[in-house]
Design a protein around this ligand. Structure first.
Ligand code: ZN
Length: 195
């Protein structure tokens, strides 16, 4: 493994653990990838996210063929490849199942668009209609919405969240900021008014 790949693999494992500990993904949901010159590093399918080790990460080429790795690549690899194919500015993708973001996405989008600081960090958020997880249809729908260079995140209806960025930590930060603000909205609308 080249040194560049090794560093990126460590970043991927680190981010997946953070996402798990922050409640953005569960053992068998969520995935992430980093684009390299000759393919993408992506999380494996079927391995509990909290137990991920560097050796579990898989490398695939831009057609989806496995270059190396001991596991099958994420079932959402087609969606990752489709987004990279239309966004040469994007080098990392995280996919979460953030519960508050997913439940309150309409209000959240409105709210984040009103605050210039969040707008700058997250970018435009687009909503993708439901298609089965892992399907080619979902990959195509996500690709269509991600095509606009202003887009920094996607809500996959009844499924999850996609955050895209120049690097993996910026993509992770977007997912975290979205969930944090969705929690604020939830608390405000449930108990906040009574204080
Ligand atoms: Zn998912």
């Amino acid at each position: 493994m080249q040194r560049k790949d090794r560093d990126a693999v460590l970043d991927l494992v680190n981010v997946m653990k953070r996402m798990y500990l922050r409640g953005l993904i569960s053992s068998f949901t969520g995935n992430a990838s980093i684009r390299m010159d000759d393919g993408i590093l992506i999380t494996p399918s079927g391995i509990p996210k909290w137990s991920l080790r560097p050796a579990d990460i898989v490398k695939i080429d831009f057609s989806g063929n496995v270059l190396w790795g001991i596991h099958a690549p994420s079932s959402e690899r087609r969606m990752h490849l489709a987004i990279y194919s239309v966004r040469n500015d994007v080098h990392a993708i995280v996919h979460t199942h953030s519960p508050y973001t997913l439940s309150l996405f309409e209000r959240l989008i409105e709210y984040l668009e009103e605050v210039a600081e969040f707008q700058k960090i997250v970018g435009k958020i687009e909503v993708v209609e439901y298609a089965p997880p892992g399907s080619l249809k979902l990959a195509r729908l996500a690709e269509e919405k991600a095509r606009n260079k202003m887009v920094g995140a996607l809500i996959l209806k009844r499924h999850g969240v996609i955050c895209i960025a120049e690097d993996i930590y910026s993509a992770y930060a977007k997912a975290e900021i979205m969930e944090e603000n969705a929690k604020v909205l939830y608390i405000h609308e449930t108990i906040g008014k009574r204080i």
